[in-house]
Design a protein around this ligand. Sequence first.
Ligand SMILES: [Zn+2]
Ligand SMILES: [Zn+2]
Length: 348
Amino acid sequence: MKRWLLPEGGQFYKANLHLHTTVSDGRYTPEETKQKYRERGYSILAFTDHEVFVPHNDLSDGDFLALNAHEIAIDEFPGGGRYQRTYHLNFYAKSRETTLSPVFSESRVDCPSSIALITDEMRRYDARAEYSVASVNDLIRIGNENGFFVCYNHPVWSLQNYPDYIGLEGLWGIEVFNQSCVVEDLPDTTIPFDDLLKAGKDVFPICSDDSHWDPDYFGGWTMIRAASLDYDAVIAALLAGDFYSSTGPEIRELSIEDGTLTVRCGDAALVRIVTDWRSYKVANAAVPEREGEDFVARFDASGLAGKYRAATEPGYQNAYFRVEVKGHDGKSAYSRAFRVAEFPELLG
Ligand SMILES: [Zn+2]
Ligand SMILES: [Zn+2]
């Protein structure tokens, strides 16, 4: 039986899940931001202005969906400093009806345009946090318990390392690419993503723009496979991991049938399978071959799982694989990770 790793039904919607507008420190208004992205074929934007949570349901129409969110910063030394580490987390509202965020704290708001938008209702909350894994985990938990899900943003720009992130709990996603950080020559990598996966934490890889001003636009996006462009349907797809993220290449199908993993994509230089098995991605890389409109690479999925079939090696219980598609220009697309344990038929 064919197992679809991206849903067979629905359609892909192009999304940028991280951006800033004149609500905080972005150059363009929410309306102008929508216009810029609509002209480039995007259907979904998550408005993640700093600290203040301002819903934008008024921007949604038949061809466009606004997701409501905000970005929280927990600085190592409140008040600033170019050497300080910082946690930046996007909190996304699961319901379009949500009007307030429980992780708001007026003490963190420093942008004049945001200060002007603070209301007494927002002030009902005062979710302060200090720079520690435990304190940040409290914020994530409060968000999760109150109808939000959380993405851990741009660890490289934030000057963060393994001890800063490996203990984080309850994350939904992690940025593997952030265009604004590329502009600042602090590009993210997949290393923290794989570190969390190896620790047994199921997080999804996100490519975003984090757009503030012109050089930040159109570098990284997410292709969401959803039943419709409805708030609930798109959130359900995001929570299920029914998407891939990209800086260029296109993934059209991921499936497993009769022990074969099929990756159907657009024109690409290389498709590779990344696992926690050392050297596996070297052994499992292929140049996709043209089949009609698509380019296709196939892998022995039984072999992928076979390493674990009689595994006694430490680390077996968190075994996973994920797909990367490399473009001729070096740009990449990333699937989510799949735990080998999700495929008992391959384990024999
Ligand atoms: Zn940030
Ligand atoms: Zn940001």
